[in-house]
Design a protein around this ligand. Structure first.
Ligand SMILES: [Zn+2]
Length: 400
């Protein structure tokens, strides 16, 4: 294989494992010890200043356990959760799945980080469109995973063709600096794009290659007229100065010449905080590294039940659990699996059970398409803010 990646088969065969899991399995098998356990996956802390995160990577985690003699439950992919909320459970004889711990955590940790960052950017952008442009900053083998996660988090489109195919959408792109450099002239490149590319693709002119953004925007509008959908400013940080003022000026100059239909598309080193600052003048954003190289959610996996009895290591609450969420106020509560959640203190909603059975004796029960997951993620946005704490309450409970 020319590239430094594991094949699907190696992952499914449990070859991507920390060696101590393999040794543990060998020791238990050597001694003939077979015990049924329940393990849960949860994050004790979230990265950066996040007060909430969004679950991703569930489909791949489910595919990992498909065919093994285990039962799995999961919060639905796209569910908002807080620190200490369990998100995925595995139940079965320990040695039958022990070597998959490394891989299942990898799937959930990285994808959840990306889904969360994408959701934060989408919330910051409000009704404006955002696109995933950061595949190029990560290993190409995982570009489809990255962009699917970005899409589930709320981005409106993805750039790479393989990722677009995975999620069942058309890839989104504008125009590269390379083509303008090869033409040697911005206006000629804009006109050629308009002549050659099929009309269904929106005409977005890249206006930061040779000239000042204001003058390049005006010449793009003059060259393409009504056909011009947007100008894109990908201005390098070394030339930005006061970017807000540059955008304000571009908008002003386009409007005074009758080009108020031309939208302003921004890309280049953006994150949710810059998006919030530029919303007054930007109509759409291309977000790169901030999403594709998002911090990972540090999930860990812990055994919480052995042979049907609550049992966990120091610092972990034992027993199989259920996560409930109030359908009116969004409060989340974690309880021992058989305990009744009672009424929510808001007195307006009822606590709904959030986990779903996803694997029954190795059989996959349900995997919603990416588009449905994305809608579900975004349906929770009304409760979320990127700057303020959610303060979901997680009730303490005694070990049995
Ligand atoms: Zn409530």
């Amino acid at each position: 294989m020319p590239f430094h990646t594991a094949s699907d088969k190696e992952i499914k065969d449990g070859k991507i494992t920390d060696v101590y899991f393999e040794r543990g399995k060998n020791i238990l098998e050597g001694k003939g010890i077979k015990k049924n356990v329940v393990a849960e996956i949860r994050a004790a802390v979230l990265p950066d200043d996040w007060s909430w995160a969004v679950l991703g990577g569930v489909e791949e985690a489910v595919r990992l356990f498909e065919g093994l003699p285990v039962n799995c439950r999961s919060l639905p992919e796209g569910t908002v959760f807080e620190e200490e909320v369990p998100v995925f459970w595995i139940e079965g004889e320990y040695t039958s799945w022990a070597v998959y711990e490394t891989a299942v955590l990898g799937f959930l940790c990285q994808a959840s980080g990306i889904v969360t960052k994408a959701a934060r950017c989408k919330i910051a952008a409000e009704e404006r469109q955002i696109y995933s442009f950061g595949a190029r900053r990560m290993h190409p083998a995982i570009a489809p995973m990255i962009e699917r996660a970005a899409y589930i988090g709320g981005v409106d489109g993805v750039a790479t063709t393989a990722a677009a195919k995975l999620i069942g959408e058309m890839p989104i792109g504008t125009m590269s600096h390379s083509i303008i450099l090869v033409f040697g002239n911005e206006t000629e490149a804009f006109k050629a794009f308009n002549e050659v590319i099929e009309p269904s693709v929106k005409r977005v002119a890249l206006v930061d290659t040779f000239n000042d953004e204001k003058f390049a925007s005006i010449s793009a509008a003059e060259a393409l007229g009504k056909d011009l959908y947007a100008v894109r400013l990908d201005t390098p940080s070394s030339r930005r100065g006061d970017f807000y003022k540059i955008l304000q000026e571009v908008r002003w100059e386009l409007d005074t010449r009758g080009y108020s239909h031309v939208k302003i598309f921004i890309s280049g080193g953006l994150d949710e905080y810059e998006i919030e600052e530029l919303n007054d003048y930007a109509d759409a954003y291309g977000v790169g590294t901030a999403i594709s190289a998002a911090d990972v959610v540090d999930f860990s996996l812990d055994i919480v039940e052995v042979e049907g009895k609550p049992f966990a290591k120091r610092g972990k609450m034992s027993g199989s659990k259920e996560v409930y969420r109030c359908d009116a106020c969004f409060e989340m509560t974690v309880l021992p699996i058989k305990e009744d959640p009672g009424a929510c203190s808001c007195k307006e909603g009822i606590f709904e059970k959030t986990s779903k059975e996803v694997i029954k004796q190795g059989k996959v029960l349900e995997l919603p398409p990416a588009k449905v997951i994305r809608e579900y993620t975004m349906s929770q946005f009304e409760y979320l803010d990127i700057d303020e704490d959610l303060e979901l309450e997680i009730e303490e409970f005694d070990e049995e």
